[in-house]
Design a protein around this ligand. Structure first.
Ligand SMILES: [Zn+2]
Length: 222
């Protein structure tokens, strides 16, 4: 299953290997690497690098920022650090949902309960527990429809599970990930032939930011 043509950003791979990503993003990255040989290898390499830093730390004092950040991330979220290792392996062939997502949404895409949110667009929210600062949800978008704006100016990632869409970065099909930073604009349109089912991680917007953006929009034209 390596027809993947859109991959994780290098910075994302390093953050994942260091256990520094928020839960929604950790889930999406794990699902992508279950479907992508290239990124799985990159995560493996990054983990070896992180392991090497740990070895160095045992014999001499290291004051490098990267190492400090890594340690801080592991201190804060030890459960994420321990989550790093289970996934560098191939997707199990059971159902059409990548293995790391199955505990959250089951193993079959056609068993998902969708809620219609707009013409041609349905959503399935995934509860990560109360205090997560990121959101995880699925979208099911009919052919020819635009993928709705769902980011709020923060980091977002979209992993395609079925069907495909096209935007100015090309076509995104099963296994492809759109790992965008907040400054990248795109307007994906679902390709003809089938709905596009994707899973999206976003940073939760702060109310303050949302209000400011709404107030400024008519003034500065963003
Ligand atoms: Zn990849």
């Amino acid at each position: 299953m390596s027809n993947v043509s859109h991959h994780l950003d290098e910075a994302t791979i390093m953050r994942y290997a260091a256990g520094d990503l928020d839960e929604a993003f950790t889930v999406i990255v794990a699902a992508h690497i279950a479907m992508c040989d290239q990124c799985r290898q990159a995560v493996h390499d990054a983990e070896q690098l992180a392991g090497g830093l740990l070895d160095v730390a045992e014999t001499e004092a290291v004051s490098d920022d990267a190492f400090a950040n890594l340690m801080a991330a592991i201190d804060e979220k030890p459960e994420l650090a321990s989550n790093v290792h289970p996934f560098p392996k191939r997707n199990k062939i059971s159902g059409d949902v990548p293995f790391p997502l199955q505990r959250l949404i089951g193993s079959e895409l056609d068993q998902i309960q969708w809620k219609k949110v707009a013409p041609g667009i349905s959503k399935h929210a995934i509860d990560l527990g109360g205090d997560s600062s990121s959101s995880l949800f699925m979208l099911n978008i009919a052919e020819g429809h635009a993928v709705p704006e769902h980011g709020h100016g923060g980091m977002e990632m979209t992993l395609i599970l079925s069907g495909s869409y096209t935007d100015r970065y090309g076509q995104f099909a099963k296994g492809d990930i759109a790992d965008l930073d907040e400054h990248e604009e795109h307007q994906p349109i679902v390709d003809a032939g089938a709905p596009c089912i994707c899973i999206v991680a976003t940073e939760k917007p702060t109310k303050f930011k949302g209000i400011v953006e709404r107030l400024l929009q008519p003034i500065i034209g963003i």
